[in-house]
Design a protein around this ligand. Sequence first.
Ligand code: GLA
Length: 376
Amino acid sequence: MMNINTEKEYDVVVESPGRINLIGEHVDYSGGYVLPAAIDKKITLSFTKNNTDCCTVFSENFRSQFKIKLSDLTRSEIEWHNYIIGVVFHINVLKPNKIKGFDCTIHSNLPLGSGVSSSAALECGVAKGLNELFEIGLTDIEIISLSKDAEHTFVGTKCGIMDQFAVVKGKKNNLLLLNCETLKHRLIPADFGDYNIVLLNTNVSHNLATSEYNVRRDECNTALEAINTKYPKYTQLAQVNPNVIKEFKKILPEKTFNRALYVTKENRRTLYAVKCLENKDIKGFGEWLYKSHRGLTSLFEVSCGELDFLVDYTHNLNYVVGARMMGGGFGGCTINLVHKDFCKQFINIISPAYQERFNISLTPILVTIDNGVSKV
Ligand code: GLA
């Protein structure tokens, strides 16, 4: 299929980054603290007004195009369409009749389904681009929130706010310590001393990801409801003290209890880890990453064999100070803090080991921390 609009200059071009998350996994939808950052791997979206009542969107990566009428914004059978249609729909809810016909070409160098949130990058990139193209006047927070709504209603993942927040608010060389209840955030310099961030993409994306994600969210809500019968003051599960959770051990079903315990412990780990980072204690910081992974595996149960293998493998490598699965889980990437002199060696040793164990190739991704979505 032909690329649309190859001859013309584009009216607006935006770059929308993926995100990493250092720690604070699966706590955003329980009002916890997370520590994400935007990265230098991005989706580029190029927009032009087309003076019709239709949107035409072309994905260079999929070599595929779709067209939809602005008066008929309904869900598509094809997943990637829904990220775009959903955003257009939700902008219309917030600011009716601002969006007119447009063409959009998308090129991505973000791996899909690998836990670096290509979905939030796409949603926020569409929202930011249309905001610029039609001078809609959406605030950052509106872009973040409507992009999340698009994922809930059109894609069906009841995600938290972390990914969209990091994609929009990311700052070069900084992590965002975000309170997901209040959306207050603080920049933490991403200074890991002699250590670099290395992502390892398992290249698996188990199809449990969406359904189990929503189940975890329900389990967390169930736990909070039970705790609220005795302690009505808690508005978010992440706020509850682990000792209070323990009072509910015999009351809650085992899995629900484990989920709740994980959330409250992970929430605290994020704050402890930030203290280590601020004290330049990178080894201490790395230890919290390992603890986070153990919780995600045993209590929250969102890891998988491939992720566990990669994290376990690093235990014997003294140049790796911390590693854990990153993002929603059931595949995707691990995040590793590796001494800068040993990154190559690390990749050269772990890649064949993974290949041998699973007969799947491993893709290392070296990332630097960059700014959030922006007009080029
Ligand atoms: C996905 C979701 C986020 C967050 C992470 C887990 O990336 O989109 O909202 O819940 O999983 O931390």
